[in-house]
Design a protein around this ligand. Structure first.
Ligand SMILES: [Zn+2]
Length: 242
């Protein structure tokens, strides 16, 4: 898989991890249409989808989805066999099966508490999922699995007062740091005051070489923290030599 694609999936998944509490193993709720898509494109779901999502998965379906495929007749027998391989999650329609799309939507509830990722080729179901908050959508584009970017309603739902989502906030902080917009003298300065204590060199008064060493160490340590030692501190340290 191309790195760009890998990054994209990661970014989309992280959105749900950071904002909606998704955790591995991710639960993928499959229907018959997805299995049919996989069969037509000669894709092995159990191999391809975990590889694509780069994580541990639980692939599962519902009784209603299986019953719907059974009712659609022998033409879809191949897809039915695939669908039946996956564990069945309770959907609450036992004894009173409903259409697969309706069933899956009811399993998502109002806020997808079980953190399902819906895998379907059913356009109508896909559109319904897009209008829900916090439900990732997975489908096949030919042979290629696609985890759709978080829908607008999901993104809107995660925005805070500043109008930024958690992920956007983090990204902004990172960008500010990288571009130097964050004033380096802000935080580090406070640390600097605490940092190199000139008195710590006091005992080494008579060993100028070691003082030099210590100064070097302090400098190295501070370099790692991206803190520059202020001139006046340096002066204090070097004055201890004499
Ligand atoms: Zn059901």
């Amino acid at each position: 898989m191309k790195i760009k694609r890998y990054k994209k999936v990661n970014r989309h998944l992280n959105f749900y991890v950071n904002n909606f509490g998704f955790r591995q193993p991710y639960q993928i709720l499959l229907d018959g249409t997805f299995c049919l898509g996989a069969l037509n494109n000669k894709i092995n779901i159990s191999d391809n989808i975990p590889r694509y999502l780069q994580g541990e998965l639980k692939l599962l379906t519902s009784q209603c989805a299986i019953i719907e495929m059974e009712n659609l007749g022998s033409k879809l027998g191949g897809a039915l066999i695939i669908l039946k391989k996956f564990p069945v999650h309770k959907c609450g329609h036992e004894g009173k099966p409903v259409a697969a799309s309706k069933c899956l939507l009811s399993m998502l509830g109002d806020c997808n508490p079980n953190h399902y990722i819906v895998a379907s080729q059913d356009r109508e179901l896909q559109n319904n999922v897009r209008n829900m908050v916090g439900v990732p959508l997975l489908y096949l584009h030919g042979k290629t699995p696609v985890l759709e970017q978080p829908s607008q309603v999901s993104v809107e739902a995660t925005k805070n007062k500043e109008g930024l989502s958690i992920t956007e906030r983090q990204m902004l902080d990172k960008l500010k740091l990288e571009s130097g917009l964050v004033n380096e003298s802000d935080k580090p300065k406070k640390k600097k005051k605490k940092g190199p204590n000139p008195l710590s060199c006091k005992k080494k008064k008579n060993k100028p070489q070691e003082v030099g060493k210590i100064v070097k160490n302090v400098e190295a340590k501070n370099k790692r923290r991206k803190i520059r030692i202020a001139q006046h501190v340096k002066e204090i340290l070097f004055n201890k030599k004499t």
